[in-house]
Design a protein around this ligand. Structure first.
Ligand SMILES: [Zn+2]
Length: 578
């Protein structure tokens, strides 16, 4: 290894030799182990050292067995392709020259693949190497006919189902949902989607989607019918949960991957490969998913052939499908409102109790149902706080002024912004009286003496429900309609009086689904930057997203209080006895 590093990367040689020229001690409980051979696991340079040690052997294979069609390695995972005679020659070199380098081939862990349509002629190859004619996995990706790909994907899905089944043992809905979205959904199988033609894995991809949907139902605490599942499968910025469908996104993944690796494939193979028969059918499927019937071949696709871009078009089509298939005016208003800027922030925070960003199970489940549009209750009932009708979706409850819950939600949002302004050293004060000459009115929840252009500014918080009777019809047509109603209401009440006293006025309006008005976004962003300036860092992105998350959790926790304090008086029970 040292010789190879000295020759190929001389400026790294001294460092590697100082690391590996002695035998470092590894401590395991009471035991001490001398690290005598190989590279150290966990050493970021370890794989490089290993690969360089292996390199002379690979070059020897390339030079001495010129008939090899493929000679590619990922560390100790090598793939050779060629005639039986060439493979036998290559094997001989590996077994002869590997041991002096510390590399020993384990025949029983190797695999000889002979395609089903190839003539079986393995007599020149050792018989103790396992042989298959169906297919093989390379770095976890199945390579072979459709039934083999389905089989390998199915085996992975079985393991994934075990994890999904164990998810409820976490015992915390918000954490379970975060784990499902971030670790157990599409990211878990995206490498298979990229490597296999969609037609090869269609059945298992559909089964994967069903498994994720069933797990979501466990977290939501009830059935998730088609429209809700369609919504959940959208990105958070489209009002979903980012539980993207494997079936729907597999064409985008495969086409992006084949396009991205095209030059690498050409580089590895001695001669250009024959055109893939899978491209045209996959383009056709992508065209369907993206609602772009004009995409007939790769050249027709007018966005970059990257998964992010292709999946974005699929997401846009899916969102349009959600709007077009909305069963009611409320559903459509919900879909539009939950796709407003920052509406999905509450889902993207780390559910930390220490940071005050955690929602209890009952809170989280209500929020999740309201977000997806799943009814909170089986029917309407008299609101225990105001005796008006509390509806099954929780729309009355989330705006009910029957006790102080609505004020508490408002104050929680206000306090989150006020605390951030304090951290930014903007000298904010809450509910400052006497801003208006001759009046004790308090036009702003937060007063900052020196804001934009050095002017004193009053900020007033308003949380408004787009799904209330007053705004729902227009909210189903115009995204952000309720925000505009809220802004106009606040400006009409306070702007003129504030300006006449030399104070600027900024309404900070949020919808109950988390969408924020432009001025609210601007204000929170400016405060975040001011905090970062105090800390002396140039990148304010983490602080900004954290502050948006903090405001979002304050809002949603407030929503949850309104729902949970207005539950039906007789809870349902299993045996019908209250
Ligand atoms: Zn009420």
């Amino acid at each position: 290894m040292f010789a190879e590093i000295r020759q190929r990367i001389p400026h790294l040689a001294a460092w590697m030799e100082s690391c590996y020229s002695c035998q470092p001690l590894l401590h395991l409980g009471e035991d001490t182990i001398h690290s005598c051979s190989g590279v150290q696991q966990g050493d970021p340079l370890g794989p490089l050292g290993f690969a360089l040690t292996l390199q002379p052997l690979l070059e020897r294979l390339q030079a001495d067995v010129s008939g090899l069609r493929l000679n590619v390695w990922y560390l100790d995972d090598g793939t050779l392709m060629g005639s039986p005679e060439d493979l036998a020659a290559a094997l001989h070199i590996v077994e002869r020259e590997g041991p002096p380098l510390g590399l020993h081939l384990n025949r029983s862990k190797s695999l000889l693949y002979i395609p089903e349509d190839a003539v079986q002629a393995q007599s020149v190859l050792p018989t103790d190497i396992p042989t298959t004619r169906r297919g093989f996995s390379l770095l976890g990706c199945p390579i072979g006919p459709p039934d083999y790909c389905e089989e390998v994907f199915g085996a992975r899905l079985s393991k994934l189902k075990e994890s999904l089944g164990a998810l409820h043992s976490v015992g915390d809905c918000q954490v379970e949902c975060t784990l499902l979205r971030s670790c157990l959904a599409l990211p878990k199988v995206s490498f298979i989607l990229r490597a296999c033609p969609p037609s090869h894995i269609q059945r298992t991809a559909a089964e994967f989607d069903r498994a994720i949907r069933c797990t979501l139902e466990t977290i939501v605490g009830g059935p998730v019918s088609h429209w809700f599942w369609l919504k959940a499968s959208l990105r958070c910025s489209h009002g979903g949960l980012n539980l993207r469908s494997a079936l729907r996104h597999s064409p985008a993944a495969f086409l992006a991957s084949t396009s991205f690796t095209k030059s690498l494939v050409l580089q590895i193979l001695a001669s250009p490969p024959a055109p893939s028969p899978h491209i045209t059918p996959t383009v056709s499927r992508l065209a369907t998913e993206a609602a772009r019937p004009d995409w007939k071949c790769l050249d027709d696709i007018d966005v970059p052939l990257r998964q992010k871009c292709l999946s974005h078009v699929v997401d846009e089509a899916c969102f349009q499908q959600l709007l077009d298939s909305a069963p009611t005016c409320r559903s459509r208003a919900l879909a539009l409102s939950s796709s407003l800027p920052h509406a999905g922030d509450w889902l993207n925070i780390i559910p930390s109790t220490t940071l005050g960003l955690h929602l209890h199970d009952r809170e989280f489940r209500c929020c999740l149902r309201y977000w997806l549009g799943v009814p909170l209750h089986s029917s309407s009932y008299p609101c225990p706080e105001c005796h008006l009708t509390a509806d099954a979706y929780g729309d009355h409850q989330v705006g009910c002024g029957g006790n102080r819950d609505r004020i508490a939600r408002h104050n929680a949002v206000r306090d989150a912004i006020h605390a951030a302004a304090q951290s930014a050293a903007l000298a904010p004060s809450k509910e400052t009286p006497g801003l208006l000459p001759g009046s004790q009115a308090r036009p702003g929840d937060i007063f900052i003496p020196c804001w934009s252009l050095g002017r004193p500014t009053a900020f007033d918080v308003l949380v408004i429900s787009p799904l209330q009777e007053l705004t729902i019809a227009q909210a189903a047509q115009t995204p952000g309609h309720a925000l505009q109603v809220g802004v106009q209401r606040k400006l009409a009440a306070n702007l003129s009086a504030c300006r006449s006293s030399g104070t600027d006025f900024v309404p900070l309006v949020a919808e109950t689904l988390g969408g924020l008005a432009e001025d609210t976004i601007h204000t929170i962003t400016i405060i975040s930057r001011a905090i970062e300036n105090r800390c002396g860092t140039s990148d304010s992105t983490p602080t900004t997203s954290h502050l948006f998350g903090r405001v979002a959790i304050a809002l949603w926790r407030g929503n949850a209080s309104l729902w949970l304090h207005r539950l039906p008086t007789i809870p349902p029970s299993l045996d019908g006895v209250a």
